[in-house]
Write a protein that binds this ligand. Structure first.
Ligand SMILES: Cc1ncc(COP(=O)(O)O)c(C=O)c1O
Length: 454
């Protein structure tokens, strides 16, 4: 029995533009039969308001790495609420959290906390501009999101409200192709302040051109990615450009110290958020002292860069969540577990697709900690139609999969549940494989979040 969504969606749309406080939780990203509102989560399950339970592979937009309502993290938060949520001077929790995060991330000597990832990537750009007295910023065109602020949104498919003068200062290159970045930088010699990128979302392509590279060529792809990052590092150093790694999706998942620790390539600045407090609101800008101290106030005579100054930036309970989250990750070897589980998950998905009639239309890609499903058109369906049908069928099996994000609380039982569901979904789709009506008749198709027109 699915939830009746209509009334809930109407209520959401009535009071919240986009129906959610991030577009990535809105109707664009979920099929029409997915619950419009959720009431709670525990482990890797979420419940709708009518008490139906769903197995979740979204995990709060990747922010929940241990599992929803983690007992240890929540206990630390409850204890911290007795300290007062926000004091008039820096709290002890704030100092300890800063010292601890710096220990975890290579090359980081100072940190500023904030609440949203977007704020810290924007702050990183600000420091880079202040340090170099240059304006331009380079970002990879394959990477979907860095900030809700103008400098980035102006470059997406939804630039409404952003002055062109702002967007023109952000230029794009191709991730994985050092010549593309070199060419972009050379076209505007001495004008680039920063290269901002996720160090790795997917790996550099494997030389054997596998669609899915799990254990068998992981080492080769890790090395190719590392070599590329080293080239980017060198190019930025040679050209006096600040290198910024956005570790929002990689931090505490690929490695506790971020992908920079995994690849052993150190940026000048980096930004963390999402998983670092298991879903509580903490983001962080980290970097070398020489850059970060542009925002300092204790060096007489230096020009001050007004860097991240926010009332709620160091809220005690969220920072207590961060302090407990990293301890749980280390104690339980969570990152190793995520890699191992991802190998099994990827192999299972890949086997199921390969054994179905959809092997030419659905593919599993990406490294085990960041798997993705890609869909391809046929004469009977578009990519969006196949994708929507697939995910709405999964919802019928009470599985939500806006992305393939697993957590420390996903176990064997969940792998089996997903396998049974995926095989049944693929059989169902297979019975309708040559029926356009089956795929065309859907009244709500999944759509890209960045688009000019609704
Ligand atoms: C790579 C990356 N950077 C920055 C952000 C922005 O983070 P936030 O939504 O916390 O502002 C996101 C959010 O999805 C992200 O994926």
């Amino acid at each position: 029995m699915m939830m009746d969504n209509t009334n809930w969606q109407l209520r959401l749309d009535q009071v919240i533009p986009g129906g959610a406080h991030t577009y990535s939780k809105g109707r664009d990203v979920f099929p029409g039969n997915a619950p419009a509102v959720l009431s709670r989560g525990r482990g890797c399950y979420v419940w709708d308001v009518e008490h139906h339970r769903y197995l979740d592979f979204g995990m709060g937009l990747k922010s929940v790495v241990l599992g929803y309502s983690n007992r240890k993290v929540d206990a630390a938060v409850r204890k911290a609420t007795r300290l007062g949520s926000n004091l008039s001077r820096p709290s002890l929790t704030e100092l300890l959290a800063a010292e601890e995060l710096i220990q975890l991330v290579p090359g980081a000597e100072m940190v500023k906390f904030a609440k949203n990832g977007s704020n810290v990537t924007t702050a990183a750009i600000k420091i880079a501009r202040a340090a170099t007295s240059r304006k331009l910023v380079a970002v990879p065109k394959e990477q979907p999101f860095f900030s809700f602020d103008d400098w980035f949104i102006g470059t997406t498919g939804a630039p409404s409200g952003v002055p062109e003068e702002h967007s023109q200062l952000t230029r794009v290159f191709s991730y994985g192709d050092i010549n593309s970045l070199r060419k972009l930088i050379n076209e505007s010699e001495n004008q680039f302040a920063a290269v901002l990128m996720e160090p790795a979302v997917d790996f550099i392509k494997c030389s054997r051109d596998h669609r899915i590279c799990l254990d068998f060529c992981l080492t080769e792809r890790l090395e190719a990615t590392r070599q590329y990052l080293l080239e980017v590092r060198k190019l930025c150093s040679d050209k006096g450009i600040v290198l910024i790694f956005d570790e929002m999706r990689t931090g505490f998942r690929w490695h506790i110290g971020g992908a920079q620790a995994l690849f052993n390539v150190t940026p000048d600045l980096s930004t963390f958020g999402k998983a670092i407090a298991n879903g509580y609101s903490v983001s962080a800008l980290l970097g070398v002292r020489s850059l970060m101290q542009l925002g300092s106030t204790n060096i007489p005579g230096t020009r001050r860069t007004f860097l991240l100054s926010s009332t709620h930036g160091a809220e005690i309970s969220s920072l207590a969540a961060f302090r407990q989250t990293w301890r749980e990750i280390e104690k339980n070897d969570v990152v190793k577990g995520l890699w191992e589980y991802g190998v099994e998950l990827g192999a299972m998905l890949s086997d199921s697709v390969q054994q179905s009639g959809f092997r030419d239309y659905i593919s599993i890609a990406g490294p085990p900690v960041a798997l993705t499903l890609d869909f391809f058109p046929s004469e009977f369906w578009t990519e969006q139609e196949l994708k929507t049908k697939f995910f709405s069928k999964l919802v019928e099996h009470q599985i939500l999969m806006p992305t393939i994000t697993h957590s420390a609380s996903h176990g064997r039982k969940e792998l089996e549940k997903l396998k049974t569901a995926i095989n049944t979904v693929l059989e169902d789709l297979g019975r309708n494989v040559d029926s356009s009506d089956y795929f065309k008749g859907q009244n709500h198709l999944l759509s890209p979040v960045f688009r000019d027109t609704n």
